[in-house]
Design a protein. Structure first.
Length: 174
């Protein structure tokens, strides 16, 4: 007979499982898009960083800000939404806290900020093309899949949210 665990230990186990899933999807999705692919295939890994170059410093700051914002969003997805950033393991609740109060897609904005920082550092056509392609693909995905799915899943609450919060440009009013 299998005994079911309940109480505080069950909540702890669920939290650990959510943490592991979030970590996995972070590595597989933004880790690949903003980290591995630009580093391995687009030349970020072959660029010498120059601390005396203002563009390199601004690029490094952009990457750092993007990473912090992305981490904040992933944490909020897990905490408030009880899910991950993956479309295969999405939040169970509509997340409208944290950075989601200001912009509907802060994870994509964060990844775009990271790639833009890489573009400032490398200043090559391939990374600029990658940034443009990334943003076009993300727009198509958000408008063609993500928004209709969220509208279907959360209904009127999602519609009200889209009226208050911009897709890409933050709104800093209450």
């Amino acid at each position: 007979m299998v005994e079911r665990v309940s109480g505080p230990s069950a909540g702890f186990a669920q939290s650990i499982w959510l943490l592991l899933r979030s970590l996995l999807w972070t590595i597989l999705l933004p880790g690949f898009v903003a980290g591995y692919a630009p580093w391995r295939y687009i030349g970020v890994g072959r660029t010498r960083f120059d601390w005396t170059s203002p563009l390199h410093v601004v690029g490094a700051i952009s990457i750092g800000v993007g990473v912090v914002l992305l981490g904040t969003c992933i944490f909020e997805f897990a905490r408030s939404g009880r899910g991950t950033l993956s479309p295969l393991d999405p939040p169970r609740h509509l997340v409208v806290k944290g950075l989601y109060r200001y912009v509907r897609n802060p994870m994509y904005v964060s990844v775009t900020t990271i790639i833009a920082g890489e573009a400032l550092i490398t200043r090559t056509q391939p990374i600029i093309t990658y940034l443009i392609v990334w943003f076009v693909v993300v727009n198509l995905f958000v408008m063609g899949y993500e928004e209709p799915t969220l509208r279907h899943q959360f209904g009127a609450s999602y519609d009200a949210y889209t009226q208050r919060v911009g897709r890409w440009i933050p709104r800093f009013r209450p």
